[in-house]
Design a protein around this ligand. Structure first.
Ligand code: PGA
Length: 253
């Protein structure tokens, strides 16, 4: 299972070493088997990379929160996918709802980013999800649209070696997570839909994470469902004290 902590616009340089050392020690002590990754703000990737490099056999990888659609040039304030190669980044989040909402990232921009991530041999985590609580059929229609754009722009094999994070926007940071059965149904729908497009695709190989107010209290309700293969954690990933209990519980499933 894939457990990612997305720090968003949080964290301070002086806390990074302590965070990774403490988290890694706990993962070792409890022999954690799941795949653990942290997504710090871009400016802290370098520091995180250096700390992890000095931990013997670190169990934690790095995820980037965003890239630009350009590789280099006059694009002030942006980060190129190629630059991320210097920091041993494994996953790159694409189309998080906070980027779609606050930075006007439409489906076309998201597709361009997804394409660049794949082309540069990183693993994309494509975030999809409906903005308001809806009937499940409507939510599926919305997600289908978000996936179709990627299939159209990047081809029908796009989701091989890719990850999807289903994050209903109303559940993010709200303290109200979605119903695990509802999420399971959505994940099943996505897996089926993509394997219909790409007939050689083994639907069990597609990792779909759930994100939206995941905590120590509800993580097992999600991960015990058949089609929920991981979680994307925001708020509770900021402190080892709130993140590790989630990791430990997810490992017990
Ligand atoms: P949250 O964020 O856990 O704080 O709800 C999840 C996310 O945005 O990925």
């Amino acid at each position: 299972m894939l457990i990612i902590g997305n720090w968003k616009l949080n964290g301070r340089k002086e806390n990074i070493k302590n965070f990774f050392v403490k988290l890694n020690n706990l993962c070792e002590r409890f022999n954690i088997k799941n795949d653990i990754s942290i997504s710090p703000p871009t400016i802290y990737l370098n520091k995180s990379y250096n700390v992890l490099k000095n931990i013997n056999n670190s169990r934690i990888s790095l995820t980037a929160q965003n890239i630009d659609i350009n590789l280099s040039g006059p694009f002030t304030g942006e980060t190129s996918v190629e630059m991320l190669k210097d920091f041993n980044v494994k996953y790159i989040i694409v189309g998080h709802s906070e980027r779609r909402i606050h930075h006007n990232e439409n489906n076309e921009i998201v597709s361009k980013k997804f394409y660049l991530v794949k082309k540069n041999n990183f693993i994309p985590i494509l975030c999809v999800g409906e903005s308001k609580r809806k009937k499940i059929e409507e939510a599926k229609k919305n997600i289908k649209k978000q996936i179709d754009v990627i299939l159209k722009y990047c081809g029908k094999y796009s989701f091989r070696n890719s990850i999807i994070a289903y994050e209903p926007i109303w559940a993010i940071g709200s303290g109200f997570s979605a119903d695990p059965d509802y999420v399971n149904d959505i994940h099943f729908f996505i897996k089926n839909y993509i394997s219909k497009e790409d007939i050689f695709f083994k639907k069990n190989n597609l990792i779909i994470q759930y994100g939206g107010s995941v905590s120590e209290k509800n993580v097992q309700d999600f991960l015990s469902k058949k089609y929920i293969d991981g979680i994307l954690v925001g708020g509770c990933s900021l402190l080892v004290e709130t993140f590790f209990p989630i990791i430990k519980k997810s490992d017990a499933i």
